[in-house]
Each structure stands twice: as structure tokens, then as C-alpha cells.
Design a binder for this molecule. Sequence first.
Ligand SMILES: Nc1ncnc2c1ncn2[C@@H]1O[C@H](COP(=O)(O)OP(=O)(O)O)[C@@H](O)[C@H]1O
Ligand SMILES: [Mg+2]
Length: 245
Amino acid sequence: MSNQALLEVRDLLVSFGGFVAIDHVNLTVQSGEIRCIIGPNGAGKTTLLDAICGKTPATQGSIFFKGLRIDSESEFKRTRMGMGRKFQTPSVYDDLTVYQNIQISVPKGQSMLSAIFNSDDQFNQEILEVAQTTNLVNMLDVQAGTLSHGQKQWLEIAMLLIQHPQLLLLDEPVAGMSLKERDQTVDLIQRISAIQAIVVIEHDMDFVKKLSGNVTVLHQGAILCEGLIEQIQADPRVREVYLGD
Ligand SMILES: Nc1ncnc2c1ncn2[C@@H]1O[C@H](COP(=O)(O)OP(=O)(O)O)[C@@H](O)[C@H]1O
Ligand SMILES: [Mg+2]
């Protein structure tokens, strides 16, 4: 099954008391892929990630992760299977150092993880590597509360990476970042995509362009089109609902 998709969403429907937020969506993400999801406010982007990670139940349809059907599994189980979700607002522990924030993100007593970290040295090394990857290696002793907003976003990614996910779901990770931090985030995402697939929601077209992944456009809960950014930007339907306004 070498060509099995990492994530497969089939005919997904999510309705909130009759309001259809996700309308028969199909989405396939391969290992190593960077997938950007764009669309106007209220298009259903966050709800789609919520349904994938198990925060919101699917009303209809199915979701497969690593070939296993997961749409009835808990959010916790999906995390343990290798999904990492980053929400729109970063949530780090302000009073703890960067190091401690990463350290406490390793769930205790999970056989999978205790196998990965079989000594304190190795554990420490892992934290250093993750901090390196997320541009935080010089900030390890700094209290998280004093980080810039952008650095907090990176710390949250670090807290996910230490759990060795195979799929990262990032909801607007560059919101509130400076231009330089955005570019550094492009590099960060491209670096880690060798190991984990990434689904990223973003509004900033320039950022999406630089990421150069596949792009899915959501509109009113449904997929309007999919392709490379050049194709997306040339699509008159996209211009009408999104880029034009
Ligand atoms: N828990 C909820 N209950 C009712 N409606 C919701 C809920 N969550 C989202 N919605 C609605 O679903 C639509 C999609 O929202 P959302 O996924 O947050 O959009 P996006 O992230 O693309 O801006 C919006 O109209 C929003 O008001
Ligand atoms: Mg959203």
C-alpha cells in the first residue's frame, strides 16, 4: 500500500443544527505534502480542521488517517495516532520557559514515546533539535510570556513537533507575525514537511505563494477548486469570491 494517502477525507459534511458548515468535502493529503487551505472568512476552514482532528464530529462522510477510519475516534486517540493540531490563538504557558513548555508537551506514559526517548540525554537532545528547527534555540531559558507573538506561534509548533506527529494541522500560523517572521515560517514549514505532512490555513497570499504547496479553495463549506497557486490565482471563480473582494 505504498501509494496510500496519509489523510483522506471522503464526502465530509458537518452541520451545526441545520447550518451546513462543511458541504460534501473530499480531500486527500499525501505524506510529505504541504497543503494550503484558503477561502474567505466563514468558508469553513477551521471547521474542516476541527472535523479532521476530532474536535467537532462529522455529521456525514468518513475520514481515513494512515489507512484507518478515524471519524468515530476521539480527539485524544487521533493525537496519539500522529495528528498535531495548532489552533488560531497560540496557547503556551507564559510562566514556564521555552524549554519547559516543550518538555511538558511530551505526554507521559505513552509506550510509543517512551520508546523514542529511552534516556534523559536523548530527551534533552530532542528538545534542542526541536528548538533549533523552530528558531528558538537561543530562547530556551526565556519565559514564554516574554516571547513575541510570532515566537509563541513557533513555540506552539515546537510543542507539537516533540510529539512526532505525521500530520500537522496549522490554523493561521503567521497571523500577527512580522514579514521577516513570515518568511522564517515558510522556511520552517518547508524544512519539517520532509518528515510530516502539513495542512495549513492561511489568508496571506504572499505566504501561500512562497510555501509553494498545493492549494485548496473553500467557499461556503465546499471546495471551489484545487491546484498550484498560479492556477488558483488565474481561476475566475476564485477571483470572484476571494481575491477580487
Ligand atoms: N460551533 C458552531 N456552531 C454554529 N456555527 C458554527 C460553529 N462553528 C462554526 N460555525 C459557522 O460555520 C461557518 C464556518 O466557520 P469557520 O470554519 O470558523 O470558518 P473559517 O475558519 O473559514 O473562517 C461560519 O458561518 C461559522 O459561523
Ligand atoms: Mg478560521
